[in-house]
Write a protein that binds this ligand. Sequence first.
Ligand SMILES: *[C@@H]1O[C@H](CO)[C@@H](O)[C@H](O)[C@H]1NC(C)=O
Ligand SMILES: *[C@@H]1O[C@H](CO)[C@@H](O)[C@H](O)[C@H]1NC(C)=O
Ligand SMILES: *[C@@H]1O[C@H](CO)[C@@H](O)[C@H](O)[C@H]1NC(C)=O
Length: 362
Amino acid sequence: MLEIIQLSPKTDNGYFVVKYIKKVLKSPVFWIVIVYTIFLAYSTHIEDPKEIPYPIAQINFKTSRKYISSNYAASSRLGNHLFELASVLSISRDLNRVPIFFIEDCYHEKMWEDTNNLIPGLMNQFLVINGSVPRAIRRTSFHEKCCTFDNPSVLKENKDEYLHLKGTHYQSWKYFSQMRNELLGFLKTPVNNFFYLPVSSESTFVTCVHIRRGDFLRVGFHVAGEHFIKSSMDFVQNQEGRSRKHMATVFFGDDFSFMDSLRNRTVYNTQDAFVSQNSPSDDLLYSKANCDVVIITAAHSTFGWWMGYLSKGNTVYYTDIKYTKDYILETGEFTSEDYYPPHWTPLKYAGSNNLTVTRSFN
Ligand SMILES: *[C@@H]1O[C@H](CO)[C@@H](O)[C@H](O)[C@H]1NC(C)=O
Ligand SMILES: *[C@@H]1O[C@H](CO)[C@@H](O)[C@H](O)[C@H]1NC(C)=O
Ligand SMILES: *[C@@H]1O[C@H](CO)[C@@H](O)[C@H](O)[C@H]1NC(C)=O
């Protein structure tokens, strides 16, 4: 390219231009520059260094067993990891296959670590192999919509020794409907007593309110407003826990100043209301031991979902997504009956000009 620029005084003569173009095209340097430019453009376009694949996994073929593995949305967070791993484990049992977790890149490595840190018993069910899925393994389409159940029995016909599913997210309780107790047992034993947070007991009833805001506000996922949250808490309080002497409320989420001011404005006696400052993993362990009821305010927070699913009381209220403008509804990938367990209670405003939260019936 430099050569061409230096040539410019002579370019009034067409002959020279043609001759030089020919010469340039023959030059290996020219082609190296082109290839390198394309490579750079390509790599700066896709490369998040955490997505650079690890070397191909070394595995044996023609063994006496059959295996199953899946694609994962590994860069997502804990709530997503739990859906994916619980579902793939359960599917592996339906199909009588050994579940494999391939550590395909840095995100998978983090997913493996974070999951192990919360629920080691779940990860222990997998054969963990450090490396990318070998090309020789065929990719099979399954579960193509994030939040709609596909019946795994369609995979029974598949005879591949290594069945690798292309799906991600697996956000449906139906995949692991029989596994709640087992999953609770897989959780690690907490190393602390959650310090300042209240303990659920015969005399103390703990209401846990999960509020996801942060990134949800930016990406178009539903976020409940303060009035809706307050009114939901009133509704739930009327339904639950009147038999116990003390009522305590704990707020969980990612926006501490919002929760702090909400706490001061919604709970009459703020002595009995708390904002958790624990890690996400400890919040889930706390829920297992102490949440008598859980209110999920951001309709499609998978973390809120797991707080509810693993909670002590197994009594859950959630914002009915049908009455929100959540972006996932437009994708057509979300099926309410598949996502929310049937014994959970959906909430909505009583009417367009009645801002009292009540049970949603349809
Ligand atoms: C997996 O392999 C990568 C390199 O390929 C290495 O950096 C990483 O530490 C390994 N992880 C585990 C858990 O062995
Ligand atoms: C909430 O109340 C506590 C004391 O009860 C106070 O320390 C805190 O600053 C208040 N927070 C807000 C956001 O008003
Ligand atoms: C608003 O809805 C609630 C719950 O259904 C009901 O109890 C209340 O009477 C309604 N208020 C008005 C003003 O209609």
